[in-house]
Design a protein around this ligand. Structure first.
Ligand code: ADP
Ligand code: MG
Length: 614
């Protein structure tokens, strides 16, 4: 008996759907791309329950005829290519004719569409690949498609969907990628009846600014180069816009978002020596290449794209960025290596060697524990002494070798050393060395404490405790500050709003991604409220909402705040201040290590000292 048979279309479509439709965001991406391909000038996306219940995309594009509407749901039905050769000269987003049949296989779809040359449109309903009805209707020119109850007939996949928060983040991400490449199209995104973002048709620069924050507008330098191999246009951030994480970085090729680690490196190389190591600049770079020079047969959900001449394009890209940086004279303004970042004094350094003066102002009266006093700092104080940079983002906390050559204390030894108040027997006289270390005598020898790390530890524990006990105090701002976040970040702010208020932030949403800051945690005077909040959001973004535990989020935010509020290297401390700092340090649960595992202190025993002198 023969056992091989052809699968019915509905089953084949469901299998194909597994590739194309992975989650609500993939549906939104496919539908939006279809609208763009249809020449729409306005595209509205409406979703309910992060796309689980309903996804609706309304466009004013060219629409479909009655027959085309029906055909659109047949597998490999497409108006975009006719022959295999066409695959090599693609100018549209879609071409496989797979999206609509795949979506209709796993959801309930209603399509209303009309072309300009018909007075009546057509209203088509399909459920799980089955046409339920099709009848004439009156509707505007364009297409209005609604996808309800995604995966209603594939319970296993429906169960597999992540939390609404996570699905929404994915949606925002795909939405961003499409709006950034179609600035002349106006878009809106509405979730559960609330308008999340409305983007009018604009120039590319305006579009970037309205998707992200306003201040990005002043930071962008335009890039433009036209060669026979590729045309590259767009923007890169000025070197001073570099940050440790969360830089917005986008590559697009022929209107499609792509990831390209190799080209990313070209951009980073062009900025080498202009930005501190480990920091990243934002970029929005658009490649136009002849379609035959890229591999078009890419998987619908993949974002990696192969280029025919990638090493030549690498050179072009890097030269274009260098040229941009040179033209805007950005180069001389930011030589971090020589001006911004003083040498960190280390024990290995020869004592006679001059140390460049850090650019912080000294404030001898500063008491880190007096709430009203605030450390004076320059805008770039973090760069003066960044004990964190690369390794700080590494979690969980693991001890790491100190990168400032502070001889690392044997943890167990020190822990034991300070297990009992009496053992500490600290002298009341302390000595500050090079504005960075506090030297004091303890029973077992000479203790050397790194002041910034010590303060970070103290503040970190303080903030963690405040979050647990909701005991934070808020310091009101005289003038509330407004911050505007891109949709994905605005959504994050909502997610972490409880944590933020437990830390002492007083913020309220104004809608459309705007927030007003009325208060910030006490003890942080002198910091810019808006950038502090932005920093918090960036930290939280790193934590991948929906994946991280609340504790991880707390850890991250407490650490970021502690860094913002802590005394810096170069800060002169009075004897009294040093005393306060040390006594707070030894009230900490873990006085030995920073929250990221760097040594805070070491003790040189009399034997060690004898050894040095012998
Ligand atoms: P593809 O985009 O790869 O061609 P799809 O399954 O996404 O495949 O769409 C099938 C066809 O349906 C398209 O080729 C196009 O002709 C038509 N179509 C889909 N969406 C729209 C729309 N919003 N407006 C006009 N035509 C559309
Ligand atoms: Mg398509």
């Amino acid at each position: 008996m023969d056992i091989i048979h052809l699968l019915p279309d509905s089953v084949a479509n469901q299998i194909a759907a597994g590739e194309v439709v992975q989650r609500p965001s993939s549906v939104i991406k496919e539908l939006m791309e279809n609208s763009v391909d249809a020449g729409a000038t306005s595209i509205d996306v409406l979703i309910v329950d992060a796309g689980r219940t309903s996804i609706q995309v309304i466009d004013d594009g060219k629409g479909m005829s009655e027959t085309d509407a029906r055909l659109a749901f047949e597998r490999h039905a497409t108006s975009k290519i006719l022959r295999a050769e066409d695959l090599f000269s693609l100018h549209t987003m879609g071409f496989r004719g797979e999206a609509l049949p795949s979506i209709a296989a796993v959801a309930q779809v209603q399509l209303r569409t009309r072309t300009a040359d018909h007075d009546l449109g057509t209203d088509l309903s399909i459920e799980g690949s089955r046409v339920v009805s099709q009848e004439p209707c009156s509707c505007p020119v364009g297409t209005n498609i609604e996808v309800r109850n995604l995966f209603y007939n594939v319970p296993a996949r429906r169960k597999f969907l992540k939390s609404n928060q996570t699905e929404l983040s994915n949606i925002m991400q795909d939405f961003e990628r499409i709006v950034l490449v179609n600035p002349s199209v106006s878009f809106s995104l509405t979730h559960n009846g609330t308008l999340i973002t409305r983007l009018p048709a604009a120039s590319l620069r305006q579009r970037i600014v309205s998707v992200f924050e306003k201040k990005l507008g002043e930071q962008l330098l335009s890039v433009e180069v036209d060669t026979s191999l590729a045309r590259i246009t767009g923007f890169v951030g000025k070197p001073e816009s570099a940050r440790k994480k969360g830089a917005h970085q986008f590559f697009f090729v022929n209107g499609r978002f792509m990831r390209h680690p190799y080209f990313h490196k070209a951009v980073m190389d062009a900025f080498a020596h202009l930005v501190p190591e480990g920091e990243q600049v934002p970029y929005f770079l658009y490649f136009d290449v002849a379609p035959e020079n890229i591999d078009v047969n890419i998987h619908p959900t993949k974002t990696e794209i192969k280029f025919e001449n990638d090493s030549a394009i690498w050179q072009i890209l890097q030269a274009a960025i260098r040229d941009t940086l040179g033209r805007f004279n950005a180069v001389p303004t930011i030589e971090f290596d020589v001006q911004g970042r003083p040498d960190i004094p280390t024990f290995e350094q020869h004592p006679g060697q001059p140390v460049r003066a850090p650019r912080v102002e000294y404030n001898p009266d500063y008491n880190p524990f007096q709430k009203s006093a605030s450390p004076r700092r320059t805008d770039h104080w973090e760069q003066l002494y960044d004990i964190s940079s690369a390794t700080d983002s590494a979690m969980p906390v693991t001890p790491q070798p100190s990168d400032t050559s502070l001889p690392s204390a044997d943890e167990a030894e020190v822990a034991q050393l300070f297990s009992d108040e009496n053992d500490l027997e600290m002298s009341s006289e302390h000595f500050q060395f090079r504005g960075q270390y506090i030297l004091t005598s303890v029973r077992s020898g000479l203790m050397i404490v790194e002041q910034h790390r010590a303060h970070v530890r103290i503040l970190y524990e303080q903030y963690m405790k405040q979050m647990e006990t909701h005991s934070a105090t808020t310091q009101g701002l005289l003038f509330p500050e407004m911050v505007q976040f891109p949709p994905s970040d605005a959504h994050l702010v909502d997610q972490i709003s409880d944590t933020l208020s437990a830390l002492g932030f007083d913020i309220s949403p104004l809608g459309g991604g705007s927030f007003s800051i009325q208060g910030i945690p006490s003890g942080l005077d002198g910091v810019d409220a808006a950038s502090l909040l932005t920093q918090m959001v960036e930290e939280a973004r790193e934590e991948r909402p929906g994946h991280a535990s609340l504790h991880d989020v707390h850890h991250r935010l407490a650490l970021a705040l502690a860094r913002s509020a802590s005394i810096v290297v170069g800060q002169a401390l009075t004897s009294q201040e040093m005393d306060t700092l040390l006594s707070h340090l030894f009230q900490c649960a873990n006085p030995n290590m920073t929250p990221t595992g760097k040594s805070i202190l070491t003790v040189l025993s009399p034997e060690d000292i004898e050894g040095f002198l012998s």
